[in-house]
Design a protein around this ligand. Structure first.
Ligand SMILES: Cc1cc2nc3c(=O)[nH]c(=O)nc-3n(C[C@H](O)[C@H](O)[C@H](O)COP(=O)(O)O)c2cc1C
Length: 330
């Protein structure tokens, strides 16, 4: 059975890899992931705020909000909460490379153009095999249009593309007006793949303490469905690699993501909950499913249920919307 896949031009032995998370800050976890069958290691992000020493900027924000209402400080992470400084991060790339034969995908995370994008070159020098760029951003201003925000994502991707030869993926958030259009623009800018999607961390309000608490709950398989639609839409409209991130907890979700069109699948929640070995269990279940349905390779599965054969995806989406509302029964 052939589980191999190509992602960002990298030949991978399986489609499964850990997504960006603190899990890989420990080298013993990396070896366990490799033993379990991971195809690559995606590191947690190095943030622009860390690179540009912007604990000051962050605290300025905090102060500004503090002036408005004291509870707002809980919106912001403490600078000390970031697990690794920029130099340590580069050192960690080299250490992971030394500890594993797997390709290492570094992650760079920022929202506005700045000197931080130069760090891509240092990541390349430190031995990263590919780069994931995360532009996680929540629009908060009335005077900033969606088109401006998208332009910024493209500009950042272009800046990083001009800096490195490394294969480059951009991890997107789900709530752009047209993810398909944006992914196409990124591809035109030289991006090799998109990761679908960031999870949007939504705040919670503690009604006893009046605190706004950033809530980082783990995903559930329900989260996958947003990804499935985007994968199915994008599969045949871009040549870029597609990675699925969000809601993959078992082989069932892996199968769905592959059928919708994913080249690679990233998992985080299930590994944080059940440990690195969970990845091996998912791969074993995947093989059983493939045997049962007589697939001999992941390549055969990929995109089998994309919207390739759908003459009018817009009408299809609208039709399903109407049907699901009208046929709803308690
Ligand atoms: C504790 C934690 C830390 C994370 N850190 C990062 C990060 O540094 N950079 C990033 O791009 N995504 C980060 N993510 C998001 C994950 O990579 C992933 O997109 C998300 O958890 C959805 O996948 P899952 O459903 O398999 O958990 C983090 C997620 C968790 C739970």
């Amino acid at each position: 059975m052939n589980l191999s896949t190509t992602y960002l031009g990298l030949e991978l032995r399986t489609p499964l890899m850990p997504g960006a998370s603190p899990l890989v800050t420990r080298l013993d976890n990396i070896r366990r992931l490799e033993d379990a069958g991971a195809a690559a290691i995606v590191m947690h992000s190095l943030f622009a705020e860390q690179i540009e020493g912007n604990s000051v900027a962050v605290s300025r924000h905090i102060e500004r909000w503090q002036d408005s209402f004291a509870e707002a400080t809980s919106f912001f992470p403490q600078y000390d909460d970031y697990p690794l400084g920029p130099d340590e991060y580069l050192g960690r790339i080299s250490a992971i490379k030394a500890a594993t034969n797997l390709p290492v995908i570094a992650s760079l995370n920022g929202t506005h153009l700045g000197s931080w994008t130069d760090y891509a070159r240092l990541m390349e020098k430190a031995g990263a095999d590919a780069l994931e760029l995360n532009t996680y951003f929540m629009a908060t201003r009335r005077d900033e249009a969606g088109a401006e925000i998208e332009q910024r994502v493209v500009d950042i991707a272009r800046a990083v593309r001009a800096t490195v030869r490394l294969p480059l993926a951009v991890k997107l958030s789900p709530f752009y007006s047209s993810v398909v259009h944006l992914a196409g623009r990124l591809e035109d800018a030289g991006v090799d793949g998109v990761v679908l999607f960031n999870r949007i961390f939504q705040p919670e309000i503690d009604i006893e303490t009046f605190d706004v608490v950033p809530k980082l709950g783990l995903s559930s398989p329900e989260d996958l469905r947003l990804r499935l639609r985007a994968l199915a839409l994008l599969r045949d409209q871009v040549k870029a690699s597609l990675a699925c991130s969000g809601g993959v907890h078992s082989a069932a979700e892996v199968v769905k993501a592959l059928l919708a069109g994913a080249d690679a699948i990233q998992v985080v929640a299930v590994l944080l909950r059940d440990g690195p070995e969970a990845l091996g269990h998912i791969l074993s279940e995947l093989k059983l499913w493939m045997e049962k349905f007589e697939y001999t390779s992941v390549a055969e599965m990929r995109g089998a249920l994309s919207l390739r054969n759908c003459p009018d995806p817009e009408a299809y989406e609208r039709g399903n919307y109407l049907r699901s509302l009208q046929l709803w029964r308690e």
